[in-house]
Each structure stands twice: as structure tokens, then as C-alpha cells.
Design a protein around this ligand. Structure first.
Ligand SMILES: [Zn+2]
Length: 99
């Protein structure tokens, strides 16, 4: 039996991600556990889904002062609040964008 080409593997991951994201909102850390991918890989897929308009993002917010990272370009979780310098950051949540 032939091994799946990397492209096909990539497509499978994308299908699984879409199915998961269609169910509820996820932080990238939970997706990486369920998908058995590194968070870096998860973010890679999320970024490209975002580029083609498939992803709804609830931005990260500061757990201390409530500052919301709306202007942030990157999908990644910020490490520090620019307002109060707090490091307790609620991670961004991702879901499939409803049509
Ligand atoms: Zn803050």
C-alpha cells in the first residue's frame, strides 16, 4: 500500500480542524492536544484558514485589566498586556466562521 503524500496528510488535518472548529470555540493549545500537532503547526493552519476567511477569532484579552488585543495581526497568543503589563492573558479562541 502506498503511503499518503504530504499534501494528502495536510488536507486531512485541515478537514479535521474544520470539523472541530465547527463544533465550538477552541484555544490553540486544546486543538494541538486533540490534533496531536505542535501549537506551532496548529497556528500555521489557523493562519492560512484565517487568510481565506474561514476562521472566526475571538481575540486574546488581559485577565487582569480586560484589555482586548483587537488590533493584533498575529493569531498567536500575546505574552504580556501592553496596558497593565499583566501576564495572565486569556488566549484567543478560534471557530469556523459561519456563512
Ligand atoms: Zn492588562
Amino acid at each position: 500500500m502506498k503511503e499518503a503524500a504530504p499534501f494528502e496528510r495536510h488536507e486531512t488535518i485541515r478537514q479535521q480542524l474544520k470539523a472541530l472548529l465547527g463544533e465550538k470555540m477552541w484555544p490553540a493549545s486544546a486543538l494541538s492536544k486533540v490534533m496531536r500537532l505542535s501549537e506551532k503547526e496548529v497556528y500555521g493552519h489557523l493562519e492560512s484558514m484565517k487568510r481565506i476567511g474561514l476562521l472566526a477569532v475571538t481575540p486574546a484579552a488581559c485577565g487582569d485589566c480586560g484589555y482586548t488585543f483587537t488590533e493584533r495581526e498575529k493569531t498567536k497568543k500575546p505574552s504580556k498586556c501592553p496596558k497593565c503589563k499583566g501576564t495572565y492573558i486569556n488566549p484567543p479562541l478560534f471557530a469556523l466562521r459561519s456563512k
